[in-house]
Design a protein around this ligand. Structure first.
Ligand SMILES: NC(=O)c1ccc[n+]([C@@H]2O[C@H](COP(=O)([O-])OP(=O)(O)OC[C@H]3O[C@@H](n4cnc5c(N)ncnc54)[C@H](OP(=O)(O)O)[C@@H]3O)[C@@H](O)[C@H]2O)c1
Length: 286
């Protein structure tokens, strides 16, 4: 049985992934309490002790607006700490699976076009900048998969779907941004992609890893309410109007559409976002 060191095992993605992988692999999970990835010595020690085949990093500082005000923390966790993971992986010849983000792109690409893995990143937010630094550090290890995901939601964490479900109980109308385009991705779909990457071990590199299909936050909210049988009205607003309402909020890309061609070419076909949302709501509203 292959050994897996799963870092960030109590996060929204990490928690679900741990439960699934334990059925197939020998998994050692760590949390911020048991392994701070910014502590180089501790990371080295843990990796040598576990001697894993795969190191999966689900740990990150994921508060996008928080990254703007706590830049140093974001840079340490999302960026510099990945050197610790890459160097320790090299010591034991382990393969890294690291989760990154659509926010490495500036989103200025025409909305009828999609970002491919070989396009030049140009992050506009502190979160995106620090996650790109993390990617660069992971790339120093030769054996790695960087999986860029987007608009992630899952049973175990705070997320957009849960927020919209909560707001529907508090308000008659919600206002949602309608000019940002991307692919909402369930943690379950991302777990399925990760499992297939582990099984197939394709060529090392970056893989865009989201659900299929594209939408806007506004249209996604309409789908959440439609599938959940909620009558709350959804009012579209522009990113500019949103920024006027919440001036502290970080800038987000208008176009977050990631091409899945590279995944398709290795025989991985993620779920469509509407299907993944229906499955999630079945569980969430149980
Ligand atoms: N959520 C999204 O919409 C989204 C979109 C694109 C990409 N991603 C990426 O997907 C991955 C998983 O995201 P997620 O939403 O599952 O994140 P999450 O729920 O916030 O989990 C991240 C985990 O990392 C832990 N952590 C923070 N600092 C750490 C440190 N120094 N050492 C060790 N652990 C630390 C956190 O612990 P505490 O909770 O105790 O701080 C938390 O358990 C991340 O790489 C994220 O950047 C997420």
């Amino acid at each position: 049985m292959k050994k897996v060191l799963l870092i960030g095992a109590d996060g929204m993605l990490g928690g679900e992934l741990k439960e699934r992988l334990e059925k197939i692999y020998e998994v050692e999970g760590t949390t911020l309490q048991t392994l701070d990835i910014c502590d180089r010595d501790a990371v080295m020690k843990k990796v040598k002790e576990v001697n894993p085949y795969f190191i999966i990093n689900c740990a990150a500082y994921t508060n996008v607006d928080g990254c703007e005000v706590n830049y140093e923390l974001a840079e340490n966790v999302n960026g510099k700490a990945l050197s610790n993971i890459a160097d320790s992986a090299k010591e034991v010849d382990a393969t890294i699976i690291h989760i990154s983000t659509d926010y490495v792109f500036d989103g200025k690409l025409d909305v009828d076009k999609v970002y491919t893995e070989d396009m030049e990143p140009n992050p506009v937010s502190a979160y995106g900048k620090t996650k790109l630094l993390g990617e660069k550090n992971v790339e120093k290890a030769e054996k790695y998969y960087i999986l860029r995901t987007a608009w992630l939601y899952g049973i175990r964490g705070k997320n957009f779907v849960k927020t919209m479900l909560r707001l529907s109980k508090e308000r008659d109308e919600v206002t949602v941004v309608s000019d940002q385009h991307g692919s909402p991705t369930s943690t379950t779909t991302l777990c399925e992609i990760i499992e297939q990457i582990m099984e197939k071990e394709p060529a090392y590199g970056i893989y865009h890893s989201t659900c299929e299909g594209f939408t806007t936050w506004y249209e996604f909210t309409c789908k959440i309410y439609e599938y959940a049988g909620i009558k709350t009205k959804v009012k579209p607003i522009t990113s500019k109007e949103y920024k006027e309402m919440y001036p502290q909020s970080s800038d987000r890309p208008f176009n977050s559409k990631l091409s899945k061609d590279k995944l398709h070419n290795i025989g991985i076909n993620p779920k469509e976002y509407k299907e993944a949302l229906k499955e999630y709501l079945k569980e969430e509203l149980k």
